[in-house]
Design a protein around this ligand. Structure first.
Ligand code: VG1
Ligand code: CO
Length: 542
């Protein structure tokens, strides 16, 4: 048996407080002891891991395999009783969340930088999840953050790498390492929530789907569930093999990075339904023949139709959205008399509401949708929700949206991202705007009049914890709104996100960017963006 060894170490820089993990350049992670120190700090965040059960997996990006071995040795050295690892180190974020919950584990580690590109010169990340299957809350990330600064050693073993291709149990020191099929338990959960027979019949009737796994982790899940179990035509799932560099692309399901799929639904021979997921499988983009569904509209449509799906037949307890997500879902909640919460950006804020049974459904404008079945957003789940609903109603995606807008009105929505900005410039811009907020109501911003201007803060209704400075929200007369916030997940400079929204009772039926032009003009006049950043157009529009 191998005895733990203590390796002298030094504190690390780069950990942002507040994020439920750590994202950095892959090369930074590869430079020992960067990863080791963060992992040792994570053990501190868990209050030690002696005798505990952990789940470990990743999205298969470059360095995942080596990082998994480092973490297994460290888990054993610190006395973990058992680590459940996805075969070949693979687990999508939702599958990891499911395993943690199903196996009653004390927590988990997911090796992924999500939608950020992978490779030796790109990004890597370590996400930390708790016993409820959800991202670590602020209290724990704070502990981890503090530990990264004080650390002066880490514990590991001197052993050979384990064979993670072989399912079953092995031992490492006194720790049981259980290599598990990454797909099986997740597929079983989907079988419980959805009417697989009905979806099977939909495909039998000739309904065509194209699912783009973007060379990332959802490939094996989508092939098993959509093609093998539900009978979608072979080849419906494209880019299905997880690659260390995701084929050189950004595994980010949006109109820019999933351009091919986007173009396919607007071209000849378009499938009835198309969808894509991100690096770690927690995001989804939904498309239909000739139509792109904004994530905010998708959440609203799912909320309005969830009762058609077996897992949600008894109705929803409540709904939550991140504050920058459009208010489309609020209108559904109001019509159905359901509580509706607006939380800060990031899935961790939904955890308490889900655990307390206050909400059933939640989502973010950033292609994230989920429910109380897990404590992470879930890409394939959203796809199956849509398929189950379409199988019941017999409508197309386009018709579903038309009908939704006819009933609830249409909330035009778009997010403009300005990436790799000079950090000081971006911070100065937001700080100055924050300082001006009290004076803004009643004044004009470009073509619009400001009604309300707030620096969003959130008090958790369950534990009363407070999160401040979660985005600048400016509401205009005429049911329009702009939100500005700086990204917490970028790894280069600063990313400014501008969220634009405008409601119309009787659908303006024109291009969303046209409908939102006055809101963008107002944002420009409030920020002097072009002059200050030298940018005249966003890098990404979703
Ligand atoms: C982005 C999204 C946010 C999401 C987060 C993690 O954060 O805007 O809604 O929860 O990514 O998603 P930010 O701080 O860059 O805006 V994932 O798929 O990377 O776990
Ligand atoms: Co993700």
């Amino acid at each position: 048996m191998t005895a733990p060894i203590r390796v002298a170490s030094r504190p690390i820089a780069g950990q942002k407080p507040g994020t439920s993990g750590l994202r950095a350049k892959t090369r930074t992670f590869m430079e020992s002891p960067f990863l080791e120190n963060f992992v040792q700090a994570v053990w501190a965040g868990f209050g030690g891991i002696s005798g505990k059960v952990l789940v470990l997996g990743g999205d298969g990006r470059f360095f995942c395999d080596q990082a998994a071995q480092v973490i297994l040795r460290m888990a054993s050295a610190s006395g973990a009783a058992r680590v459940i690892v996805g075969q070949n180190g693979l687990l999508s974020t939702p599958a990891a969340s499911n395993l943690i919950r199903k196996r009653g584990a004390d927590g988990g580690i997911i090796l992924s930088a999500s939608h950020n590109p992978g490779g030796e010169d790109r990004d890597f990340g370590v996400k930390v999840n708790m016993a409820n299957g959800g991202p670590a809350p602020e209290g724990v990330t704070k502990k981890i953050f503090e530990a990264t600064h004080g650390i002066d050693y880490y514990l590991t073993l001197e052993t050979q790498d384990l064979d993670l291709a072989r399912n079953g149990k092995q031992t490492l020191g006194t720790t049981v390492i259980e290599v598990a099929d990454p797909v099986a338990d997740y597929a079983e959960l989907m079988n419980q929530l959805f009417d697989f027979n009905m979806i099977r019949n939909l495909f039998k009737s000739g309904f065509q789907i194209r699912f783009d796994a973007m060379n990332a982790v959802t490939g094996p899940y989508a092939v098993e569930i959509l093609e093998r179990q539900l009978g979608a035509a072979a080849g419906s799932v494209v880019n299905a093999t997880p690659l260390p560099d995701f084929g050189g692309g950004h595994p980010d399901p949006n109109p820019t990075w999933a351009r091919g799929l986007f173009d396919a639904v607007f071209g000849t021979g378009a499938p009835d339904f198309a969808a894509a997921s991100d690096g770690d499988g927690d995001r989804n983009m939904i498309l239909g023949r000739g139509i792109y569904v904004t994530p905010s509209d998708s959440l609203a449509v799912l909320a309005a139709n969830a009762h058609l799906v077996p897992g949600y037949r008894s109705g929803l307890k409540g709904i939550a959205r991140s504050m920058p997500t459009s208010t489309a879902v609020d209108r559904v909640a109001a019509a159905r008399n359901l509580p509706c919460y607006a939380t800060p950006t990031g899935w961790k804020y939904f955890g308490n509401l889900l655990d307390a049974g206050r909400i059933t459904l939640c989502g973010e404008e950033s292609f994230g949708t989920g429910s109380d079945h897990l404590r992470e957003k879930d890409g394939l789940w959203a796809v199956l929700m849509w398929l189950n609903i379409l199988a019941v109603t017999g409508k197309s995606v386009a018709q579903t949206l038309q009908d939704h807008w006819a009933e609830f009105g249409r909330t035009y929505y778009s997010r403009h991202d300005y990436e790799r900005l000079d950090t000081a410039t971006a911070q100065a811009l937001t700080h100055e705007l924050q300082a001006r907020l009290p004076d803004l109501p009643g004044t004009e911003a470009g073509p619009l009049r400001i009604d309300e201007a707030v620096d969003f803060s959130y008090t958790d209704p369950i534990d009363a914890s407070v999160a401040t400075h979660q985005g600048i929200e400016i509401k205009f007369a005429g049911d329009a709104r702009v939100v500005l916030r700086l990204s917490g997940t970028g790894t280069e400079g600063a990313t400014l996100r501008i969220y634009l929204e405008r409601y119309s009772e009787n659908s303006l039926s024109c291009d969303p960017q046209e409908a939102l032009a006055p809101v963008m003009a107002a944002a420009e006049s409030l920020t002097d963006l072009a002059v200050r950043t030298g940018r005249t157009a966003p890098d990404i529009i979703t």
